[in-house]
Unconditional design. Sequence first.
Length: 188
Amino acid sequence: MNKTLKILFYLLLACVGIVAISAAYIQIKGIPNYPYAPGAEIEQLKVPADNLMIERGAKIAALLCNECHMGSDGKLSGKIMTDAPKEFGKIATLNITHDTVHGIGNWTDGEIYYFLRTGIRKDGSWSPPFMPKFPLMADEEVKSVIAWLRSNDPKLEASDKEYPPNKPNFLMKFLNIVAFFPPPLPKQ
């Protein structure tokens, strides 16, 4: 009996050790990066911007982008998401104005397209699950959003606002390692 208890104790101790090491790994690793691999066709993408595409992109953005990215300055300069569940940690949305330093003013059409489809930025960082990705959206709709992002809409006028990086908590880090992954890029 005494030997059985010792074996059970050591097994329990080993399990606790494995859980502790795994938790430390997750806490230190954080949200993983992914390879940026858009392919030549997407890298060279140039979206033609006509009024119809810009108008369609503005409607899509009104439904999908403006709520989270609208800053206190009336531009899409980002904001701290105070209404996000605390389980996600501290979240700030990014500046998507024409600013070349803090916004997406230096992004190419292909980089925006790839990001909207997969959530992967050119530095390999991945946007967390609360930022929608659009792998199933029609190609023309994604291009309409890009056309609108390039437009002279006052909400997109350059803003130098920048929020501190997101601070995901342990739960968000864990989910990004075991459950949430970038969606595949749709076949062209």
